[in-house]
Ligand binder design. Structure first.
Ligand code: GUN
Length: 281
């Protein structure tokens, strides 16, 4: 193996120590940053993510509230809960865990969250700010991925960045962030013809498609930074979108799964919640 492993656990630990310090400073001013997470239904993966978010809050001294609603909750009840949390002065960040059950209108729910409490950065106003380069909330996973890319110490300006996946949660905001860093950005997706032709050009390769082991060593440029956003459950094990063994023999840097981007996502949620609270003081 030649690649340097970018350790999300280690990076998270140092970021969380800094966040905890800033939470303490806010508490001394009488404000405890608070995050509310709304979970509709009982999808097992979502339940784990929501529990981890609550644990993250407690770790850094934040207030955490989980609103668990039954799977048959209707849109009016969901939006009523969002309205209540919008008004609650103890809550600085609101997150609606996705995906919602199919009968609910995801876009309408996200639009209901006050943009200043939208710690996911999914509100159209924050998505628009990211596209135009104005200050706003940056979605947690791309923010965490960019932090990891910066840890390589490379000058990102002018590098070829290839993102595999075009989701609103990762692919699209990741493209906007890397464009802001002056990378030349290509976004690939399920209909891309000859994926490997694109990925082999990448100085920075971000895989966010949800297909275990899709990216193999022969698809990677020697010395590239490879960021694996995938979390796939295969035979009871968690695997990324990147085939770690073959890619780590070629890449310059690589993020592991688990212990990579996933851990950073929650850390960036805590960071976004802290910053939302600091802006409200
Ligand atoms: N589901 C998967 N990832 C995310 C995320 O970053 N935020 C929310 N709200 N739901 C998710």
């Amino acid at each position: 193996m030649s690649a340097v492993v970018l350790d999300g656990k280690q990076m998270s630990a140092s970021l969380r120590a800094e966040i905890a310090g800033r939470v303490q400073s806010l508490k001394e001013k009488g404000v405890t940053p608070g995050l509310a997470v709304i979970l509709v239904g009982n999808d097992p993966a979502s339940e784990i993510y929501v529990r981890n978010k609550g644990n993250g809050c407690r770790e850094v001294g934040m207030y955490s509230e989980t609103v668990a609603l039954p799977g048959d909750t209707d849109q009016a009840v969901l939006e009523g809960e969002i309205d209540r949390l919008n008004r609650d002065p103890r809550i600085h960040g609101i997150l609606v865990q996705l995906p919602l059950p199919a009968h609910l209108d995801e876009a309408a729910a996200l639009a209901r969250i006050l943009p200043e409490k939208d710690v996911d950065g999914f509100h159209l106003l924050n998505a628009g700010r990211l596209m135009t380069g104005e200050a706003g909330v940056i979605p947690c996973t791309p923010r965490g991925a960019l932090h990891m890319i910066r840890q390589t110490g490379l000058n990102l300006s002018g590098l070829e960045a290839v993102i595999v996946g075009r989701s609103n949660i990762v692919g699209k905001p990741m493209a906007a962030l890397l464009l802001r860093e002056n990378c030349t950005v290509t976004v690939c997706h399920s209909r891309t013809a000859n994926l490997a032709e694109h990925t082999r050009r990448a100085d920075i390769l971000v895989a966010a498609v949800g297909k275990a082991g899709l990216i193999t060593g022969d698809m990677v440029k020697p010395g590239a930074v490879v960021i694996d956003v995938g979390i796939n459950r295969v035979d009871g094990k968690v695997r990324g979108d990147v085939d770690f063994d073959s890619v780590s023999a070629v890449a310059g840097w690589i993020t592991p799964v688990p212990g990579g981007v996933g851990k950073m996502t929650i850390t960036m949620l805590l960071q976004n919640t802290l910053e939302a609270a600091e802006r409200m003081v």
